[in-house]
Each structure stands twice: as C-alpha cells, then as structure tokens.
Design a protein around this ligand. Structure first.
Ligand code: CP
Ligand code: NVA
Length: 306
C-alpha cells in the first residue's frame, strides 16, 4: 500500500520531523489568533483505542474538528475487532471509509499489520513499544522554551518503556545525547539501543544521568498492561523518583517534561509539576498542535509548508 504511515519517529526524515514541530508552533499561533484553518474539511479520522486515554483522544478529536474534519472513536468493545475480526480485514474495510486511522494498542505488531493493509495513513497513538506522537509534542515544547535540542543532553529516569524507546529514536532523529537511568532488568528494548549506538548510554544512577542535562523526563513506573507488576516495580523504582533536588544536578535552565498522567509521590515528588522548570501543561497542550501538523502532513500534505 502506498499510504504514508507514522508508526515510529523513524517513518519520517529528521528534516520532516523538525518541519512538523515548527508547523505545530505555527498552527498553535493560528489558533491563538482565532484564525480558522480548515484544510481537512470532509476528512474523517478513525481512532481505535484498546487502552485508556485522555490526552491522545482529546487532542486527535479536537484537532480534527479544528482542522475542519471529524474523528470517530472506536473501542474494541463496540467493533468487530473485539470479537475476533482479523486486523487485516478491519484495515481493508476501515481504510475504504476513513482518511486516516489512529490506533492505541498493546502489541506494536498490530499497528504494523493494520498499516500493511490500509489504504490510508495509520498513526501510532501508543503501543507497548513506542509513543511517537508524544515525542512530537515533547520536541515542540523544548524548541519553544529553549530552542534547538541538537547537541543537547537528555536524561530519561525510570522504566525503559515505550516512551523511553521513543526518546531513543528521538536522540537519533533530533541529534541529541540520551542518558537512561533505570533499575537492572528494566532497560529499554535492546534492539532500539543497538540501533542508537553511542547516542544512548544506560546507567544505574539517576544523579549521574541528570548531571549537566538540558532536559529531564520520566514516566509512570508501571505502564498500561503492567498493572499486576505494580507492587514489585514500586519497590525497585523508589530510587528513581525525580524531585527538585535531582533537577538541581542538571544545568540551571533545565526543562522537566512528563508525558502524563503523573503519579505524584511515585515517579515525581508531590511538588515537581509546580516547579518553574517543569512545563508539563505546555507539553500536554502541544499534543494538540503537533498532531494537527501531523494530520495535515499525512492527510493533506499540500497545505504543509513549514
Ligand atoms: N500522554 C498520553 O498519551 O496521555 P493519554 O494516555 O491520556 O492519552
Ligand atoms: N508508559 C505509559 C505512557 C502513558 C501515556 C503507558 O504506556 O501506560
């Protein structure tokens, strides 16, 4: 199939990614100035959610409406996918009716299989392996607050999970160094690490990872689907809580990001999101703008000028 998909940051060139996040900032400014911009009139996005979501659902749904189109929320409970219709069949049918499909699922292979049989762009709204849309928002947020991330140092603290894997890909695509501090046994996927080579360093000590870093970020200790590991993880991850004192080890103008939802008192201290170095609310808002840029790029590329 010839459609362009966004299953990973590696589906775009570094130039396209920078252009997407710049465009996100432009679309944000249009919206703030009250300018109507509806390049996706009559276009429909299908959104398949096999896991819970607040930000991803809202940002895609609101984004499509703001661009003049519409979005349809599909839960497996209410579609034949939940009753065993093969993914390939669902992809063939859905992609004849929709202009793009966003999927939040467990196995990343579900996304790959859907995309292989889809006539229209497929977007990864989070899988067990990756969360590339969140990285668009994160990179847009860094750019808006601090300028280019090229050559900077980023510290990932905690679980080597889907977000961490996407940071590993971002390090390659946006050209920064990444230090991952995680407990033994919770390292990121070795295939992602191998592809990143010496751009990524895995450490045990969070202070070592944060020392001199320009961006610090973390995520929940147990991701969706790992609910029965929570007690064990909480014991092991305690030394990986990010607090103000840890951020003090970074550069003075460090930025702290959290993809949210946050568990205050677990991966971050109670007060961290109130610290002036934390910009998680801007980051969450940028999901909307960055994904509008992505939708425009995939569905109506003629309008994408950034
Ligand atoms: N950060 C993020 O993807 O949030 P949701 O799970 O609420 O979509
Ligand atoms: N790692 C988290 C991210 C949620 C946005 C999860 O997969 O649940």
């Amino acid at each position: 199939m010839s459609a362009r998909h966004f299953l990973s940051l590696m589906d775009c060139t570094p130039e396209e990614l920078v252009s997407l996040i710049r465009r996100g900032t432009e679309l944000k400014s249009l919206r703030n100035r009250g300018v109507l911009f509806e390049p996706l009139k009559n276009r429909v996005l299908g959104m398949i959610f096999e896991k819970a979501s607040t930000r991803t659902r809202l940002s895609f749904e609101a984004g499509m409406i703001q661009l003049g189109g519409q979005a349809i929320f599909l839960s497996p409970r209410d579609t034949q996918l939940g009753r065993g219709e093969p993914i390939a069949d669902a992809a063939r049918v859905m992609s004849r009716m929709l202009d793009a499909v966003m999927i939040r699922t467990f196995a990343h292979s579900n996304l790959v299989e859907f995309a292989a049989h889809s006539r229209v762009p497929v977007i990864n709204g989070l899988s067990d392996d990756l969360h590339p849309c969140q990285l668009l928002a994160d990179m847009q947020t860094y750019l808006e607050h601090r300028g280019s991330i090229t050559g900077k140092t980023v510290a990932w603290i905690g679980d080597g999970n889907n977000m961490c894997n996407s940071y590993i890909e971002a390090a390659q695509q946006f050209d920064f160094q990444l230090r991952v501090a995680c407990p033994e046994g919770y390292e990121p996927n070795p295939e992602f690490l191998a592809r990143a080579g010496d751009r990524v360093k895995v450490l045990r000590d969070p202070r070592e990872a944060v020392a001199g870093a320009h961006l610090v970020t973390t995520d929940v200790w147990a991701s969706m689907g790992q609910e029965d590991e929570i007690a064990e993880r909480h014991k092991l991850f305690k030394p990986y809580k990010v607090d103000r004192a840890l951020l003090d080890a970074a550069v003075a103008d460090v930025l702290f990001l959290h993809c949210l939802p946050a568990h205050r008192g677990e991966e971050i201290s109670e007060d961290l999101l109130d610290d002036p170095r934390a910009v998680a609310w801007d980051q969450a808002e940028n999901r909307l703008h960055a994904q509008k840029a992505l939708l425009e790029f995939l569905v109506e590329p003629a309008y994408h000028h950034a």
